[in-house]
Design a protein around this ligand. Sequence first.
Ligand code: SF4
Ligand code: SF4
Length: 377
Amino acid sequence: MTKAIDLSGTPKLGFGMMRLPKLADDKKKIDIEQTCKMVDLFMEAGFTYFDTAYVYDGGASEEAVRKALVERYPRDSYTIATKLNAWLGKPDEAAAKQQLETSLERLGVDYVDYYLLHALQLNNRDVYADYKLWDFVRGQKEKGLIRHWGFSFHGTPEMLDDLLKENPDAEFVQLQINYADWEDSHIASRACYEIARKHNKPIVVMEPVKGGTLANPPEKLAKIFKEANPDASYASWAIRYVASLDGILTVLSGMSNIDQMKDNLSYMKDFKPLNSEEQKVIGQAQQIIRDAGAIPCTACHYCTKGCPQEIPIPDIFRAINMNRIYQSMEEAKGRYTNATAKCGKASDCIQCGQCEDACPQSLPIIELLQEAVDLFE
Ligand code: SF4
Ligand code: SF4
């Protein structure tokens, strides 16, 4: 039997290793020397949680963890989290199960501390069930190859509740939480957080800075943060906000260079939760985001099931929201292009109205798709 997860004993910053620094003369290769320096700074500051995944950088992230961490530090001085991905690249059941053995080899360890089923969401939930991967991780834990298992999650609050009812022995969950998405109808950080708390699950936070968006917020948000504290980085507000929540195992920050590492360590080394004045500033920022008038799409996908043109409606609405809230046209357009690369575009809509009949939020989908055409096509 392994011990239960020690919430109080785990420092509140985790090193997300999805976007490690690349070599100046070969952008495809991870800069191991710089990664070693980042690992050293992180460990010197007393942090211990390293997060990677089978699919990050085609396996190079796990190998970088071995070179920069495992081969340089005693095994009991850090913890490693990695993930099994059953849908990217469409592995069959055997290939999905083989991932753990490959991860252990790449990492150069004989067990992982935290093992996650990766990125559970509405459209891949069945694969994890059909391949019996929930039982697979239970079995690997019994064999001693995994210390703790859980899953990372991108679905609806209802789906999270279902999964935790079906798998009450999951030991932790990894959720997208940040102050901007706290009340977001699509990501639903608050609702997911509350469900995890209801089930008494420790929470690993991902996307605390919303993929970097909150490190460089729009002018209105930037102004209130600078007025409140001219010396604090925008990222520090975002990371301290989530680290101040109860029940957090750790907050993953995806760090890509030494400067980001130093910034994170400057306020997380001697972490102080946000005080009541600082919480008010976050409240003002959240109000500005609410006032931006995001489309209240919950990504339930009822609308897409019968769309004859296979238009990814909720993903298109996310792109519109990126522009409405953050005035980030470049990122919004990138999201739109990715979302529509292999299916229908907004301009393919034939206005049959099926989606509007199916939408529980009664959204004027046809009109909103026209907005996407005007913005992105
Ligand atoms: S109205 Fe357009 S988006 Fe809606 S179901 Fe019909 S084709 Fe698809
Ligand atoms: S049915 Fe409505 S709320 Fe659900 S994904 Fe479609 S547009 Fe969004």
